[in-house]
Design a protein around this ligand. Structure first.
Ligand code: HEC
Length: 113
């Protein structure tokens, strides 16, 4: 049974790998609008009062690796109000919303790394 689960996960990942970046961004956008805008702003530019970064800034994007974005979304940021989304969002939703965060940058989703 465990093996079966793993196969399902592998299959889902393969599907994601095949879908267009636009489709992933669309999904991630829905997650972002539903869960993240309260603190990160409708446009992802951040809110000074909350202390959230401006995801549309090249400087912010340059300081973030794809892995760091996924890590922060999954486990939250210790000693800040950035919540951990593990268990609340699926791995698929986390990777979609991470791609969306990346797509907000001036490079439009290319990590440049
Ligand atoms: C309750 C408010 C809140 C919510 C909701 C929230 N965040 Fe955050 N987030 C923060 C704060 C505050 C920070 C800045 C933490 C710090 O100072 O390091 C942050 C930081 C981040 C970072 C790291 C940025 C960096 O420069 O390292 C990412 C990525 C991120 N959030 C993504 C998300 C995503 C995606 C969601 C929705 C699934 C989300 N956040 C929901 C408050 C929130």
């Amino acid at each position: 049974m465990k093996h079966r689960m793993w196969m399902t996960v592998a299959f889902a990942s393969a599907l994601v790998a095949q879908s267009t970046p636009a489709a992933i961004a669309a999904d991630g956008e829905a997650v972002f609008k539903a869960r993240c805008t309260a603190c990160h702003g409708q446009d992802g530019k951040g809110k000074a009062a909350v202390g959230t970064p401006d995801f549309t800034s090249a400087k912010t994007q340059a300081g973030l690796t794809d892995a760091a974005i996924v890590e922060t979304i999954t486990n939250g940021r210790k000693d800040t109000i950035m919540p951990a989304w593990k268990g609340k969002l699926s791995e698929l939703e986390i990777s979609s919303v991470a791609s969306y965060v990346r797509s907000l940058g001036p490079m439009g989703g290319r990590s440049g790394q």
